[in-house]
Design a protein around this ligand. Sequence first.
Ligand code: NIG
Ligand code: FE
Length: 405
Amino acid sequence: MTRLLVRDLAQLTTPAPGATPARGARLGEVAVVEGAYVLCEDGLITATGAMRELGPLDGDVEELDGRGLSAVPGLVDCHTHPAFGGDRVEEFALRAGGASYEELHAAGGGILATVRATRAAGERGLGEAVRRHRHWMLRAGTTTWEGKSGYGLDRTTELASLRAVRDAGGSPTWLGAHAVPPEFDDADAYLDFALAEVLPAAAEVADAADVFLERGAFDAEQARRYLTACRDAGLALRLHGDQFTESGAVPLALELGARSVDHLEATGPEGISALAASDVAAVLLPASALFLDRPMPPARALVDAGAAVALATDFNPGSAFCESLPLVCSLAATQLHLRPAEALTACTLNAAHVLGQGDRVGRVAPGYAADLVLLDAPDWRHLAYHLGGPVIAAVVRAGRVEWEQ
Ligand code: NIG
Ligand code: FE
């Protein structure tokens, strides 16, 4: 048995016990223990509590000194696009000078520029890129993550993307409907190909499917066709929806029983009420809104209405070159008007729920995965307070120290 005792923590903080996902007032309910320990055995948490209650431990135990540090659950990034070649720094500079993201996309840049670079990277290059990006995420405290394909849009590169995510330890999502690649005349012709030629093999590797439902990408009818076929192949469903326009993503997600609609920057009161009354999670991506200088999603209204709200980075080379969930927590506190405790639950327990892992990931409690982030601050709220920080002292994943400062 491998055992790790994280001892003498200044604070240990976790989403409070209760139903998953946490909604409404429960989103902000966290349990805080001062002077705490966490015992991990064979990759799982077996005990937590106050140091003064810790009895003697027999046998071999590795120890991690938590003095002066605070611990929270390993962070869960439920929306990332790590499988890409190249970068979009040129486009970033053009946008800084006034060009819009949608204009660049319409002119064959944007997503399609990354498609060209990703196809050119090859399977080995793609594997290296995903491992590199996964390491960036780990250093920022992310221990569980989803990774989408969607920059291949041909059979070989889409399947290589999904395998690269799986092999790096992520949960793969087939974003087969991200954009229409140049070799097809229109979205319907591309979907004919993707559903016949790629879906059967993608469904063997992926956990979920995703679609970009937006003007200039796929419309609601095309998204329904794609998602229905993916659901029939056994995949869970996600949608990129209401990023720029309300184009029917929320009603479609409800109709098909999707796990989430992600973005929601353009969602109005009807969409908020519909999500709140449903089992479809609202995944908010404030780093993307910031990076594109777009309106922030209606986070406060979604939480207050009772929606299952999660936070994620949307890490990708175009609209959110940001792998840091702590930065997302800072944006949640300063831009979305969520309290630090709400942000914490949204990027741990609720994000794990979006990935179908809410019963075993996202809390510091016996039976959950032994995933922890140790912050170099005695108060865990530095997670959101320290803009561009906080300093992460150590990251524990499956009961092992995977990264240390
Ligand atoms: O979630 N909106 C669509 N897809 C990504 C961005 C992709 C890109 O710009 O490369 C997103 O923001
Ligand atoms: Fe995205």
